[in-house]
Design a protein around this ligand. Sequence first.
Ligand code: SF4
Length: 219
Amino acid sequence: MYSEDDLLPISGLQHVLFCERQFALIHLEQAWAENLFTAEGKILHERVDAEGHESRRLFRQEYAMSMRSLEHGLIGKTDLVEFYLKPEGGVAEAVPVEFKRGRDKEEDWDRVQLCAQALCLEEMLGITVARGDFYYFGAHRRTHLEFSAELRAATLTAIQRARAILAGERTPIARYAKAKCDRCSLIDLCMPRWTAGGGKRVSQFIAAELEAGREGCSR
Ligand code: SF4
């Protein structure tokens, strides 16, 4: 069991799957920068978060619900959870729903995030969460996801990988990949072409730059 002070943000699992260096820059070095993609995602989630909640008999929607799992060491917030209630009281089924910009991705980034939310809900509610939904704004429709044994295993692996990077306290070296780096909001901080193979931390780079500046001034 993890303590309250040792919980990993669920969003970090997407970062570690997208790029381990990006994960380390954000969660180890506390670096952050917005770009068009992150700003669009933020606006979209603010819209969703402002929805509040809706109740009908035996059905309830809860937007922006906080969640955590001490067993898996996770903390986060879902866009929406839909609760199907038992007539005699209690929750029969809970379905986490994520709203996303763009369209369904080939990679597991979003699916692992939703599965991590399911792990939290299972611990909080004491029930099995078998499925979740995505609403991709680019496709204007919901898609369904089963939390299969394979997806659960991939989610646990992503958690372990993220924890290993945090424990190692070492930012992985940059590996420039056009498809990822050109859409990464941290590209100016990461400088993948400059740091590739060097493994320097951003803080080391900044310190070196400041030092160079001081030397320049004293000349
Ligand atoms: S710029 Fe590329 S290597 Fe650097 S953090 Fe982003 S995706 Fe990773």
